[in-house]
Design a protein around this ligand. Sequence first.
Ligand code: SAM
Length: 230
Amino acid sequence: LFVEQPLAEGATLNISGNSAHYLIGVMRLKEGAPVKLFDDVSGEYLATVTETHKRDLVLTVDAKLHDREFTPDLWICQALIKKDRFDWIAEKACELGVARFVPVLTARCVVDKVKEDRLRAHMIEAAEQCERTALPVIDPLARIDALLAKWPADRTLYFCDERGGEPFSDATRPGPGAVLIGPEGGFTDSENAAIRAHPCARPVSLGPRILRADTAAVAAISVWMSKNGD
Ligand code: SAM
């Protein structure tokens, strides 16, 4: 279970709201039950339920189990697509271990706003399910031109381009990376040219078929993780 409060051995936590509902209502935990907690800062801890009430419960933090996980240094820069598929990408990116999620606004995006707290909620749920002890950082929405202008010089930008590029599995190289995926309608010609002109960009192909953006996102992250993920 993810907790916002920083964890330390011996700490007492009052859990309420959705987390309490999940532990009491869904998991039906009683006093004495063990719970694994993480705070996205100091790692994973074992705790015990010491009191249960109708809408909240009290946990005592017993022991530290693991440090916060090593997170592979991969970002996903994802053009906005329809909400439910965009949320799905956020959830899968978290499960697959990315470090940072960068929502991107491009000319053909049919959506132009993103709710970071909704993305974070999907990521917390995914992390709890796959037992990650670190959550991806979610960046504020960035326009593609601004993102390129401030791109960090040490980070390879794997530009996933259905128009063609090196097979991604051959193109990955050690060091910080990012995968860039377009919207349902793809990048415009001028966006494509601007991305390709960037010194950190490497156009890569995920195969001969045109994938949905959400399929491309999962495929790209998986290819990179298979080479650099541990
Ligand atoms: N231009 C596409 C078309 O003609 O339908 C629309 C873009 S595609 C649905 C969404 C995004 O997925 C693309 O912008 C690209 O980033 C990525 N993508 C899809 N297929 C790909 C492939 N085979 N290789 C690399 N990236 C791909």
